[in-house]
Design a protein around this ligand. Structure first.
Ligand code: GLY
Length: 408
């Protein structure tokens, strides 16, 4: 798979039965969240003509997320290859942010705060010790803290907590600012955002050659990237068994503001009576508290019980939360996948690339996904670090469709 700048090479495919297509671009991206815009920006930087299609860019998981860049504190047993990808993307963040901020002329709130995980009780502390051993076995530093050391790290924490761990390299970015910067940088690089809904991919001759909008308009493109997060299966034109295996996992976050003068220096996480909670302090005093995790379909209505549970658990770790102002309740859908890892790479239909299923790590994986998909589109090969995350890893049916990737 290889796209070259429109002026040189691309000729749109047309079909007598299709509506008259507009001008072709090299790349159409379905989805204007962090993943879609990151890919679009990287492709536009390489001289490709790129259009992003999204009725409300950045209003989904990119808006609701807390912006944790947390390979270590999100580490789960059995997810070592995802850990390696998360780590790589975290390592790319400083350069990515520097380049983006300069291209967009705005700050994205990247903060080197590190993260602490507070244990709720002795059993919880024992499992955090096990996690620390596991992280160290993968070559990553994690320090175990006593209760006193924990409070020295984060003096606002509740005095009764028995200890915890510190992951000094698990940082954060302001995801809402990151999205605004990606949109500005993409526009500055010549990209276009169309706020129309894509109903289907356009595949006039068994090859995806663009998108169909809600009003029936066809927008042709050399390569189409499906990056619509939890909504990625809600695009017609591809047989369901060839669509990415994403499902919606509802998450709710709260934005609080601590009383003036009260500062939480690090990201704080914990599992209070079995219920996970995190608190992410922004530079301007905002405190993001998250997140619920609910497998209840596509509904987006905030649930009162989730607000209650988050506030209850956040306050158990950080008593000052009771004095905070509640400024925002936000709900969206994580794109869950069967193995919690993303699906990035060629689909089984020529001309269609997937970049979805980032589940709990979309903000963190934006740089590595954007670079890798831009490489695939411009050079014809997926970088080695993304090979374990090819969408066809779940496939069990015979490959009757021509794969999108053609060796360069
Ligand atoms: N990565 C945090 C969350 O998904 O809630």
């Amino acid at each position: 798979m290889r796209a070259r700048p429109t002026r040189k090479a691309h000729t749109p495919m047309t079909d007598a039965a299709s509506p008259a297509p507009g001008n072709a671009v090299d790349v159409a991206v379905i989805g204007g969240g962090l993943i879609g815009l990151g890919i679009a920006w990287r492709c536009a930087q390489r001289g490709l003509a790129v259009t992003v299609f999204d009725p409300a860019p950045g209003s989904g998981a990119s808006w609701t997320a807390a912006g944790m860049l947390a390979p270590v504190t999100e580490l789960r047993y059995g997810e070592q290859s995802l850990f390696a990808l998360n780590l790589l993307s975290a390592q790319r963040y400083p350069e990515f942010v520097e380049e983006l901020q300069s291209a967009a002329g705005m700050d994205v709130g990247y903060r080197l705060t590190g993260s602490v995980v507070a244990a709720w009780d002795a059993a919880d502390l024992a499992s955090l010790r096990d996690l620390a051993v596991f992280a160290k076995s993968l070559g990553h530093p994690v320090e175990v803290l006593t209760g006193r050391e924990l409070r020295r790290e984060s003096p606002l924490l509740s005095p009764g907590l028995p200890g915890g761990i510190i992951a000094p390299d698990d940082h954060q970015v302001n995801n809402r600012k990151l999205h605004a910067a990606l949109r500005a940088a993409f526009s500055a690089a010549g990209g276009r955002v169309v706020t129309e809904r894509v109903t289907a991919v356009w595949s006039p001759r068994g090859r995806v050659a663009g998108v169909v909008l809600a009003d029936g308009t066809v927008a042709p493109a050399g390569i189409t990237v499906l990056a619509a997060g939890a909504w990625s299966r809600q695009v017609d034109g591809v047989p369901p068994e060839l669509m990415p295996r994403v499902r919606p996992v509802k998450g709710q976050t709260l934005r609080l503001r601590l009383p003036s003068g009260e500062v939480l220096g690090r990201v704080v996480r914990g599992t209070v009576r079995g219920s996970p909670v995190y608190l992410v302090p922004r530079e301007d005093g905002e405190l993001v508290v998250g997140a619920s995790s609910e497998e209840t379909g596509f509904g987006l209505t905030p649930r009162a019980g989730a607000v209650y549970e988050l506030l209850r658990d956040a306050q158990s770790l950080l008593p000052i939360v009771a004095e905070a102002h509640l400024e925002d309740v936000s709900t969206s859908l994580r794109p869950g996948s069967p193995d919690n890892a993303p699906m990035i790479g060629p689909s089984r239909i020529e001309g269609l690339v997937f970049a979805t299923g980032h589940y709990r790590n979309g903000v963190l994986l934006t740089p590595v996904t954007a670079d890798g998909v831009a490489d695939l589109i411009t050079n014809g090969t997926l970088p080695i670090e993304l090979l374990p995350f090819r969408p066809d890893r779940f496939s069990t049916h015979p490959d009757t469709h021509r794969p999108a990737e053609v060796p360069a």
